[in-house]
Design a protein around this ligand. Structure first.
Ligand code: PLP
Length: 410
């Protein structure tokens, strides 16, 4: 994988591989819904099972848990977007994360993870994987020394999120990649918060995972994920004897692949607009004297690092966190914004066209024990906003200012 990140444009990369027509020449690709496929000559089938033939090597499709033509098209687009050789679409973000990690780890393996990650991933690492003999040490995403100190002879993976959920702490991906490779370890990075904004594989990450339920799809109407990786790792995921994508059944539905394919062409436009509005709202809230975490603000602790990681022209993403100091005040603000001024929806998840708001400590980070939440800088009053792209920006700024003034002055 190239590490020249200077001129990478993920949108351009997708347009260069987008060549698919529908079955009858349609401008939209066809959806292949068959679970199984006809083999024209009986001798071909054993060759496919022996790995001698595949759809791209004088073979054909066999069974859709293995390969499916519609999902394959999406996978090619995703690999192009991420600058990796290969991509594997999955049924959810958690399917992508768990399959990637289980493919890399055996019973007795160890993972060093950023502590600032999605609560479900934290639970996977801290609760579920130890039941299968895989242990994880958690360290602060900014402390590269702590990552190194936590490495053990059995460490197989360094794990981090490009923008940590929900405090938006940004780890130094290049430093983590160098550290991982010095120790013969794989760096796995979740880029769910920053598609197109950041391209971690271009900075040395070996495997990039996504929940495409969020920005990549952008409509909050389906669940999906993907693993972007080398061809070798992708093939290992499909190994008939040991492949997690093959044997754990995390398969994406071809209809979901089609829906995402139709929304990828406007992902770049959406991400730029999410970023433009999130920055404007972050600045307004900061001007009102509030403590805001947003990587595009010069007050953000990782602002300088972010400059070295973002792809030019895509902004800093649509996620911001507002410190309301107490959970009560954060709840009050969400209520006022949704029910009185008409700004946003009280809902978990992110990447929708409307703003989504949740108090992380008691929702999507609630799996993380209180003392660890404190260590990662997640206080109970932190309100996470996934800033939407609907309505005029001016009207949205007026709405949030009205709500904030009401709640913070009371
Ligand atoms: N990664 C991050 C950063 C997330 O925020 C989430 C869900 O919120 C996931 C992964 C899991 O994704 P999914 O719900 O698609 O399984």
């Amino acid at each position: 994988m190239s590490q020249d990140s200077s001129h990478f444009d993920p949108e351009l990369a997708i347009t260069q591989v987008r060549r698919e027509f529908g079955e009858h020449g349609g401008v939209a690709p066809s959806i292949e819904r068959s679970s199984t496929f006809t083999v024209m000559e009986p001798g071909i089938m054993p060759d496919i099972f022996d790995g001698k033939r595949s759809p791209d090597r004088e073979g054909c499709y066999l069974y859709s848990r293995h390969f499916n033509p519609t999902i394959d098209v999406l996978d090619r687009y995703l690999a192009a977007m991420e600058g990796t050789e290969f991509a594997v679409g999955t049924a959810s973000g958690m399917a992508a994360i768990s399959c990637a990690l289980l493919q890399l780890c055996d019973a007795g393996s160890h993972i060093v993870s950023s502590s600032t990650i999605y609560g479900g991933t934290h639970a996977l690492l801290a609760q579920l994987l130890p039941r299968h003999g895989i242990q994880t040490s958690f360290v602060h995403p900014r402390d590269i020394g702590a990552f190194e100190a936590a490495i053990q002879p059995n460490t197989k993976v360094i794990y981090a999120e490009t923008m940590g959920n929900p405090t938006l702490a940004i780890p130094n991906i290049e430093a983590l990649a160098n550290l991982a490779h010095k120790h013969g370890i794989q760096l796995v990075v979740d880029n769910t918060f920053a598609p197109m904004v950041m391209s971690p594989a271009r900075h040395g990450a070996d495997i990039v995972v996504y929940s495409m339920t969020k920005y990549v799809n952008g409509a909050s109407d389906l669940l999906a994920g993907c693993i972007c990786c080398s061809r070798e790792f992708g093939h290992s995921l499909y190994d008939l004897q040991t492949g997690c994508a093959m044997l754990l059944g995390p398969t994406m539905d071809p209809r979901v692949a089609f829906d995402i394919m139709q929304r990828l062409p406007h992902l770049a436009i959406r991400m730029r607009e999410h970023g433009r509005r999130a920055l404007a709202i972050a600045e307004r809230l900061q001007d009102l004297g509030l403590r805001v975490l947003y990587p595009g603000l010069s007050t953000h602790p990782d602002y300088d690092l972010a400059q070295t990681l973002v792809n030019p022209g895509y902004g800093y993403g649509g996620m911001l966190a507002l410190d309301c100091e107490t959970q009560e005040r954060a709840n009050e603000l969400m209520g006022v914004l949704q029910n009185e001024v008409g700004f946003g929806l009280i809902a978990v998840s992110l990447g929708y066209f409307d703003t989504l708001m949740s108090v992380s400590s008691c929702s999507t980070s609630s799996e993380i024990p209180d003392e660890e939440q404190t260590k990662m800088g997640l206080n109970p009053g932190l309100l996470r906003l996934s800033v939407g792209i609907s309505g005029s920006l001016e009207s949205r700024l007026a709405q949030i200012e009205k709500g904030v003034k009401k709640v913070f002055s009371s």
